[in-house]
Design a binder for this molecule. Structure first.
Ligand code: HEM
Length: 401
């Protein structure tokens, strides 16, 4: 009987001890979970409050001010978007005045530089950006390639430029750059001039037909220049016609508006993997663009007489200063092609359009440029040898840039 009572007592003690151990274990687990939550919270606080405020404080001491940082209110990315939307809603004013142009194209930049000075600090979410307009500082930054890295772009912008030169850094950038420099060698570019003249002559003939048929007409020169630069890139770089390259440009155009929308917002990590309608469209456009470029690459490697085209030069290995072979694989070449399609067409078309607008506003320069072309080039058709003689044209183009 006594033995049975003792056994029951021992069992009770054991149960109490077990229960206590369970409680202690639970309490410890709760403490560990609380500690993890606390650490994560501290990390978040550090990242979105402490570090930005510290950066702001340090730069302020160096005389660099800007729209104050606030993690929730006064989000400068949002203000920037609103300013851009407001500027774009106003009708365009065609003047070469620097202030008018900047206040329309980059209203946030214009407004903040007026308030805070040429160099100022602004925010992309918790990420600081220092805008620099002092030429000496710009030179120092551009020459110092070790301390200053490229801005990390919104991952969605890769859809437009791929993993091409614009987004690359370090060793990989150096290899791609050496191969691209080799392909864009001045002698090779000069060899493309007859193709450029050919495309331009076709466009001028078309304009001639339109002007001779009607007294008054309206033409969207910007669209015409987009087609012209697309045609020239297709022919010189990709050894194809505008018609063949057209699909790639159409796909890229659709991607441009989607990517612009994305890069003007603060990027939320992981967002690009969500199967939203726009993300699915971005992915489909990316796949179709890559497939189309791959097809051009296959055609190019089959045609032996295309050895001077950009594509064949990009696919060709080169030797570096240590006599080692450097080459890009097919997907890397596709990435660079995406960059050239985009970086080459948009910039050139916008540049030519602005140059024409300025020539329309300053017709005395239009006459001087025309006279120079007639003087320097036989039949008004430029060749590689004429480039050095086109001084007024070069001045006008430099002023436009
Ligand atoms: C008027 C015409 C052009 C202008 C104003 C222009 C402007 C620029 C600017 C400002 C950059 C520096 C971007 C940065 O690092 O953030 C750049 C880079 C680049 N551009 Fe252009 N560009 C023009 C034409 C072209 C053409 C025709 C091509 C090719 C077909 C091209 C291909 C590139 C590439 C590959 C880079 C990246 C270079 C590197 O990081 O090593 N651009 N361009």
């Amino acid at each position: 009987m006594v033995q049975t009572q003792r056994a029951v007592g021992d069992e009770g003690m054991l149960m109490v001890a077990n229960a206590m151990m369970l409680l202690v274990a639970n309490a410890m687990m709760l403490l560990v979970a609380l500690a993890i939550v606390l650490i994560l919270l501290l990390k978040v606080v550090c990242k979105i409050i402490w570090v930005p405020l510290k950066v702001q404080h340090v730069l302020k001491k160096q005389g660099i001010n800007g729209p104050g940082y606030s993690p929730i209110l006064n989000n400068t990315a949002k203000i920037r978007r609103l300013m851009i939307a407001e500027a774009e809603s106003k009708s365009s004013c065609f003047t070469h005045n620097h202030e008018t142009v900047v206040s329309r194209v980059m209203p946030h930049y214009y407004n903040w530089s007026t308030i805070y000075g040429k160099n100022f600090l602004y925010w992309f979410g918790p990420k600081p950006r220092v805008a620099i307009a002092d030429p000496n500082l710009i030179k120092e930054i551009l020459l110092n390639t070790t301390s200053f890295e490229k801005i990390k772009h919104n991952p969605l912008s890769k859809l437009l430029l791929g993993d091409g030169l614009v987004g690359l850094d370090g060793h990989k950038w150096a290899i791609h750059r050496r191969i691209s420099n080799h392909a864009f060698n001045m002698e090779i570019v000069k060899g493309w001039i007859s193709e450029m003249v050919d495309s331009t002559t076709k466009l001028l003939d078309k304009w001639e037909d339109v002007t001779s048929a009607r007294d008054q007409f309206e033409m969207d020169v910007h669209k015409e220049f987009h087609k012209l630069s697309a045609d020239i890139i297709s022919r010189t770089a990709f050894g194809s016609s505008f018609e063949e390259g057209k699909r790639i440009f159409q796909l890229q155009n659709q991607q441009v508006s989607l990517v612009l929308e994305a890069i003007r917002s603060v990027y939320i990590p992981g967002f690009r993997f969500l199967p939203t309608k726009k993300n699915r469209l971005r992915k489909r456009l990316e796949k179709e663009t890559r497939d189309a470029i791959r097809m051009l690459l296959n055609n190019c490697s089959r045609t032996a007489n295309n050895s001077k085209s950009l594509l064949s030069l990009l696919m060709h290995p080169i030797k570096n200063q240590d006599d080692k072979q450097e080459a890009m694989d097919i997907e890397e070449v596709v990435d660079e092609c995406k960059t050239f399609y985009f970086a080459g067409k948009e910039t050139t078309a916008n540049f030519l359009t602005w140059a024409f607008l300025l020539l329309a506003l300053h017709q005395e320069w239009q006459s001087k440029a025309g006279e120079e072309v007639v003087r320097a080039c036989r039949n008004g058709i430029p060749t590689a040898e004429n480039i050095a003689d086109l001084k007024i044209v070069s001045m006008i183009l430099n002023e436009t840039l």
